[in-house]
Design a protein around this ligand. Structure first.
Ligand SMILES: C[S@@+](CC[C@H](N)C(=O)[O-])C[C@H]1O[C@@H](n2cnc3c(N)ncnc32)[C@H](O)[C@@H]1O
Length: 477
């Protein structure tokens, strides 16, 4: 059967996901409701099948009739799509049940055992299990955080704990990208013949415990350029660790530690390069635009900001587990607070789309950091109907020219571990039908004290505006 032949809404075939969805709705999304999938020989199209990856599928039943026998040798095998489906289900920790409805005699002889007629089937399934990619150390460590809503960082508050730094500093990929970006900027700024004469003034804004200072010094060494570094950090406890690092490595001649909020600092000279990491999981959600606006006061007219731009992305999700988690709190705060989530048991319904872009340095001081964006996500026709429980948020950043990194799924940087995706929930899930448009509005709002997002859906049905006036989640300025 081709994808075009598949008509989940026709009388000929019932869309089993819709049956499950009606049942789940009647049970008010009860958290103890789980699914066992009965896998048939004919599978629905890819997008239709993908919806199950957002559901609590605890078991999949494989009828022995799904297995095919090779013409020669009576060897059993599973069709390619079934193999992939089972591998994906293993990823969700789904149990596979082999159902012995009718074991053909040929298969029994292939297995070579009449007493254990399911052995040959079992060995096919266990081969798929063994062929999975090995679980990385990172994945192992993240196992217990899967699909758990974690409050997103409020930059002015959370960076007082050493643990926030410990986690971030393990990300070697992030610091390597910064080192490469700084190297390229230094090479373009200072020609070889002037390398021994010119010292580039580099300010690390929000230096933390010094990993970006270290990356900058490594870039200077790599390119043979001279540097004068100011490491500006507002958290007094962190400044102690930063100071110790500088002294322990005898970097005092090159690096000056500045214990100050960048907004209050009077720089003794103009900077050629600003290096910062105020990026959040949604790009601008840790106040990178506001912090870098403040730093631009002391940047040379032709100065460089690393990162030079960043863009946020949104993607509609089926995520009943996250919805149940927020709903269980029984308050509006949890049902409209953007959180960080290690997304696992979710279905990504369409490709993601760009939301807001910020570039630095800004061309004009008057450019506002408020934003509004309307997005239209088309649900693929071969998906069938689906439930939207909220939106995943990602970002991509340009550090310098071609040096990029990010978390947007189609272009994500492998092993970039600092950032989990964001999740923007919907207070009430919205049902979308195949081929329909999901129209979403997103605002970045700013007042004198805080920055916050508001969001709503206006098609196929309207939701209330979430997080009005930043009543549930915001970032303090
Ligand atoms: C995400 S951490 C990055 C730390 C470090 N740059 C790194 O990448 O390892 C952001 C740091 O910026 C500091 N910070 C935030 N806002 C600041 C501001 N307005 N002025 C100075 N430091 C700031 C925080 O205290 C925190 O140490």
């Amino acid at each position: 059967m081709s994808n075009d032949d598949y008509r989940p809404l026709s009388n000929a075939l019932v869309d089993s996901w819709e049956t499950w969805n009606s049942f789940r709705m009647l049970c008010d999304h009860h958290s103890q409701l789980v699914v066992a999938l009965d896998i048939k020989r004919v599978l629905p199209p890819e997008n239709s099948l993908k919806r199950w990856f957002g559901e609590p599928v605890t078991a999949a039943i494989l009828d022995t009739e799904i297995f095919l026998t090779k013409a020669r040798g009576n060897t059993l095998y599973l069709p390619k799509r079934h193999q992939k489906l089972i591998a994906d289900l293993f990823h969700l920790d789904t149990r596979i049940v082999i159902s012995e409805i009718k074991v053909p005699t040929s298969a029994q002889s292939a297995a070579g055992s009449k007493s254990q007629p399911l052995l040959a089937y079992w060995s096919q399934v266990s081969n798929i299990y063994k062929q999975r990619d090995p679980v990385s150390e990172q994945e192992r460590s993240e196992f217990y955080t899967r699909d758990i809503l974690q409050p997103s960082l409020r930059p002015s508050r959370n960076y007082s704990h050493a643990i926030s730094y410990d986690d971030h500093e393990k990300d070697l990929v992030k610091y390597l990208h910064y080192e490469i970006a700084i190297s390229r900027a230094l090479l373009e700024r200072v020609p070889d013949e002037r390398a021994s004469v010119i010292a580039t003034v580099l300010v690390v804004v929000g230096a933390g415990r010094g990993r970006l200072v270290h990356a900058s010094l490594k870039a200077a060494e790599r390119t043979g350029r001279k540097l004068r570094v100011y490491a500006v950090e507002k958290n007094p406890q962190t400044v102690i660790a930063l100071d110790e690092l500088i002294r322990a490595n005898n970097w005092d001649n090159t690096v000056s530690v500045v214990s100050s909020d960048v907004r209050d600092w009077s720089a003794p000279e103009r900077a050629d390069i600003l290096v910062s990491d105020f990026l959040g999981s949604f790009g601008d959600n840790e106040l990178s635009p506001e912090s870098l606006d403040a730093a631009q006061r002391f940047l040379e007219k032709d100065g460089i900001s690393i990162p030079s731009s960043y863009t946020s992305f949104l993607q509609p999700l089926t995520a009943p587990k996250l919805y149940q988690e927020a709903k269980a709190r029984k308050d509006i705060l949890h049902s409209e607070s953007a959180c960080l989530v290690n997304l696992h048991n979710v279905a990504r319904l369409t490709p993601s789309q760009q939301v807001f872009t910020f570039s630095h340095p800004k061309c004009s001081d008057n450019q506002s950091n408020q934003r509004y964006q309307k997005l239209e996500f088309r649900i693929p026709t071969d998906t069938g109907s689906a439930m939207v429980h909220g939106f995943a948020g990602y970002f991509n950043a340009t550090l310098y020219k071609s040096v990029l990194f990010g978390t947007e799924p189609s272009t994500m940087t492998p092993n970039l571990n600092t950032w989990l995706p964001m999740f923007f929930p919907l207070r009430t899930p919205i049902c979308v039908h195949r081929g329909s448009i999901l129209e979403v509005h997103f605002w970045r709002c700013v007042d004198s004290r805080k920055v916050w997002y508001e969001w709503c859906v206006t098609s196929p049905s309207s939701s209330p505006i979430h997080n009005c006036n930043g009543r549930s989640c915001w970032m303090d300025l």
